[in-house]
Write a protein that binds this ligand. Structure first.
Ligand code: ADP
Ligand code: GLC
Length: 480
């Protein structure tokens, strides 16, 4: 099949979260399976400057209609491996900036223009290259307008760009809602401005457009696919999702086993496998030492790597701060995000420096060390479309402590409820739920046999992308 992926992030070139990992791995695995895969990503400064994109060559000069003006840009392309071509849609005014979406204070004010331009750049490139895709697959709100723009361009220029369009929701909490007055930049027909079109409480919603106008909608776990049909998790779009129930499917993400494998990981001080966890003990001591703790500490070491936001349940951790201040545990948090949560965690680390440590930076190597060196990995998310770290954790014999939502519930089996296969501890996404989970964690750690069994059960799980990619293959086939 000829498959086009379009996303605002792509590992290893640009990443703010799991979206980058998911798109990078899916595209690469589909290429390995023999499909002809093209991936489009904005040519952000960090991407253009990335050593791995040095080979990118200009393929096309762009002249994009944006409302009543035309904007220029260019597309660069390179092929990182067989069957895979990466296209960078560039325009300095939009993408030559320090961050993909904005600073930690606020999003860039022209994000709608930036991503309308991006999607139009994709459409223009496909038209120019006469690519004729079987599937054009867009991810998250930044690509929400893509299905409409594809079909509109096909009509206008009497060409075929794609048999089918697919849209994946990685997080319905981010919807790309902008003032309706910017709709004219899309050059789409005015009738789409209504309630049956992109209109969402008087504004333009790019996420809504993606959900309504693609041939198939997917999200990243079966449970999240059900959750987003409810007011509790749908963030106002549950009704819209409800109109597409027959076309929505939840396909679990996988993990990139080249990057996340304790047997080969070059970012940790010692490797290990299920045959012997000796190397894990070395990683544990290193993690403790680097975070200012006694490397021989014998109690449970809890790791956390995430964006510091409410989604990730950071406020639930803070509400349980007495536990972390007084129990004989060590908590290592690696993350950046909302100022107030970062400040509160910093205060906790200052009050209990012998127990809690905060690394507030993005640090790929440290994220591997936290996965490898921790006994437990904490993810008390209020909602979680899929989540990747709970899968990395299981591969690294680190027992995940997760709230029972979305992809966390779909990938972690509770060790108390199912001793034969259990590899983690699951709890309700509330302050009390986390408190109860932490008590059960102490119990599990105090029983070395049971704890080891949970570690090994996790290592047995197969979360490879092959399974996930096969699921997408079937979905594409079925749609076509
Ligand atoms: P989300 O996409 O909602 O942030 P995921 O669990 O899908 O959550 O993916 C998050 C990814 O980002 C993981 O690969 C995680 O290791 C990584 N990550 C998050 N914060 C940091 C950080 N401060 N340093 C390094 N990696 C991080
Ligand atoms: C989003 C979700 C996360 C998911 C990731 C990749 O960022 O928040 O749960 O794992 O996308 O699909």
């Amino acid at each position: 099949m000829k498959i086009v992926h379009v996303a605002s992030e792509l590992f290893p070139y640009v990443k703010t979260g799991g979206l980058a990992d998911a798109v990078g791995s899916l595209a690469s695995t589909l290429a390995d399976l023999g499909h002809e895969v093209a991936v489009f990503v904005p040519g952000y400064r960090s991407v253009v400057d990335h050593p791995l994109t040095a080979a990118a060559k200009r393929t096309l000069k762009l002249r994009i209609e944006m409302g009543d003006t035309f904007m220029t840009g260019e597309v660069k392309a390179f092929s990182p491996k067989l069957n895979l071509t990466v296209y960078l849609v560039c325009r300095e005014e939009f993408f030559d900036r320090r961050f993909p979406y904005g600073t930690s204070e606020r999003d860039y004010e022209d994000n709608h223009h930036r991503f309308i331009f991006f999607c139009k750049g994709v459409v223009e490139t496909l038209r120019f290259l006469e690519f004729r895709a079987d599937v054009i697959h867009g991810h998250d709100w930044q690509c929400g307008l893509l299905p409409l723009l594809v079909r509109h361009a096909e009509q206008r220029h009497a060409v075929t760009l794609a048999m089918k369009t697919v849209f994946t929701i990685h997080n319905i909490a981010f919807q790309g809602v902008f003032p309706m007055r910017s709709f004219y930049r899309t050059n789409l027909p005015d009738e789409l401005m209504g309630i049956d079109g992109v209109e969402f409480y008087g504004q333009m919603s790019m996420m809504k457009a993606g959900i309504l106008f693609s041939d198939r909608v997917t999200t990243v776990s079966p449970r999240y696919a059900r959750e987003i049909q409810t007011p509790e998790f749908g963030c106002g779009l549950d009704g819209v999702i409800g109109t597409r129930v027959d076309d929505i499917v939840g396909l679990l993400n996988g993990i990139d086993t080249n990057t996340w494998n304790p047997e080969t990981d070059a970012l940790i001080p010692a490797t290990y496998s299920s045959a012997s966890l000796e190397g894990k003990a070395v990683c544990r001591a290193d993690l403790l030492k680097r975070n200012g703790f006694d490397p021989n500490f014998a109690g449970p070491v809890i790791g956390m790597v995430c964006r510091l936001t409410e989604q990730k349940g950071v406020d639930l951790v803070l509400a349980n701060e007495a536990f972390f201040r007084t129990e004989n545990v060590r908590l290592v948090v690696l993350g950046t995000g909302e100022k107030r949560l970062e400040e509160a965690l910093r205060t906790l680390a200052a009050v209990a420096p012998d127990r809690v440590s905060l690394c507030s930076r993005h640090d790929e190597a440290m994220s591997h060390l936290v996965e490898a060196g921790s006994d437990f990995f904490l993810m008390p998310s209020r909602f979680e479309p899929c989540g990747l770290n709970q899968m990395y954790s299981q591969a690294y014999a680190t027992v995940p402590l997760v709230s029972r939502v979305g992809g966390l519930a779909d990938t972690v089996v509770d060790a108390d409820l199912n001793p034969g296969a259990g590899a983690g501890i699951t709890f309700a996404p509330t302050v009390e739920g986390l408190a109860e989970g932490l008590v059960r964690m102490l119990k599990l750690y105090a029983e070395p046999k049971r704890f080891k069994a949970a570690q090994l059960n996790g290592m047995k799980r197969d979360f490879s992308w092959l399974t996930a990619a096969r699921g997408y293959e079937r979905l594409y086939d079925d749609a076509i």
